[in-house]
Design a binder for this molecule. Structure first.
Ligand code: EPU
Length: 344
């Protein structure tokens, strides 16, 4: 275990804001010594690939990060991967071997497998949690190794047990299970439209991966050019009355996806009990923020849900822009936006 003092965090997060950690610990093979090290007795924070976390100031405690890891093994038809592997490398591995129908829809999402599990990262009708069979982690509160089943991980839209209890679990390994037959997931109309445009009728998994990668990169900033944290806000879930009110007032609003109040509910749900997931990108765009900058933080011109670093952006610049957008959207639409990114 090597501990660094006053460690720069800028290169460890994709938003690229300048900040330092009082201490930084990178864990290689041996993780158990952490439990007895005393580092867990004061403030600490677990960092994955840094693609969904923004430091708005220096961090006064210890930042703990697993070393990158490229080990993947197959055991009893389950795929086991270290949490430090990049999610996109996992997707590529699966596509190479014809595993995991649907996982190709998670192509080109930055960050590690562990981070994707914490966040239940998702795109184009697929979420990470769908593939998880179990998670092996260190419970840093109980100071022991634990195994959590998919149900125990409590996956929901962009959240999980690990996001609900930050700092409690250090995810070490993730066991994934897949459907045996490949079928492309085409729930998103944009995907079906683009396939039609390209004249592809029954896409292979590799074709789906290439398609999704190109759609994402057409909309999102290139990480080597501008820092960002992907979607900065979650798509807000509102009740039926709010949805109907907005739909009447704004006929150009994209159709919202109805979601039951509890995804696991098996009871029949009345229409009036449904919630509706609105497009935060559209709300921000419609409020006139697309392409605007405040200080050195900006709203990405091709996708208003993405806030980005125009160059030298500080955490305070970003907070000011995020708060201005939240206040404006609340004022114009009476809808509260909440960040998807974790702000420190
Ligand atoms: N829209 C606008 N203006 C904008 C952006 C979007 O009018 O500036 C409209 C679009 O035209 C569309 C609707 O809003 O009708 C939804 O937009 P889009 O399909 O681009 O997806 P999104 O809801 O903005 C979500 C995820 C993304 C994921 C895409 C595709 C969240 C918070 N974001 O974005 O995930 O890639 O769907 O599945 O759920 C991420 O979480 O970091 C992320 C990139």
């Amino acid at each position: 275990m090597t501990i660094h003092e006053h460690y720069p965090l800028q290169r460890l997060t994709t938003f690229d804001t300048a900040a330092t950690a009082r201490r930084y610990l990178r864990l290689d093979r041996e993780v158990e010594p952490l439990l007895a090290s005393g580092l867990l007795d004061s403030d600490y924070l677990i960092l994955g690939g840094g693609s969904n976390i923004v430091f708005t100031r220096d961090y006064p405690g210890t930042v703990i990060q697993l070393a990158p890891n490229s080990k993947i093994k197959i055991q009893n038809s389950k795929l086991i991967t270290g949490a430090g592997l990049q999610l996109d490398a996992l997707v590529d591995h699966c596509v190479d071997r014809g595993l995991g129908g649907g996982i190709e829809n998670l192509s080109a999402i930055p960050g590690t497998v562990g981070g994707a599990v914490v966040q239940n990262a998702g795109a184009y009708g697929v979420e990470t949690g769908e593939f998880v069979d179990r998670v092996d982690a260190l419970d840093l509160h109980e100071r022991r190794r634990v195994t959590l089943s998919r149900q125990e991980c409590r996956f929901a839209y962009r959240t999980s047990l690990f996001k609900e209890q930050p700092g409690r679990y250090l995810i070490l390994e993730v066991h994934l299970r897949f459907a045996t037959e490949y079928a492309p997931v085409l729930k998103y109309k944009a995907l079906a439209d683009e396939l039609q445009r390209r004249g592809i009728t029954s896409p292979t998994q590799r074709q789906m991966r290439d398609l999704i990668t190109s759609i994402r990169w057409a909309k999102l900033p290139r990480p080597e050019e501008h820092g960002s944290a992907g979607s900065f806000f979650k798509n807000p879930v509102v009740d039926r009355d709010t949805y109907l009110r907005l739909r009447d007032a704004y006929p150009d609003m994209p159709e919202a996806h109805p979601t039951p109040p509890d995804n696991n509910s098996t009871f029949k749900i009345q229409n009036s009990e449904l919630s509706y997931k609105l497009s935060a990108g559209w709300l921000i765009d419609r409020a006139g923020w697309k392409g605007r900058t405040l200080g050195r933080a900006g709203v990405w011109p091709r996708q208003a849900l993405v806030l980005y670093n125009t160059g030298g952006c500080t955490g305070q610049d970003l907070l000011a822009l995020a708060q201005a957008i939240q206040a404006d959207v609340l004022n114009k639409f009476h809808v509260q936006l909440t960040p998807e990114a974790i702000l420190i």
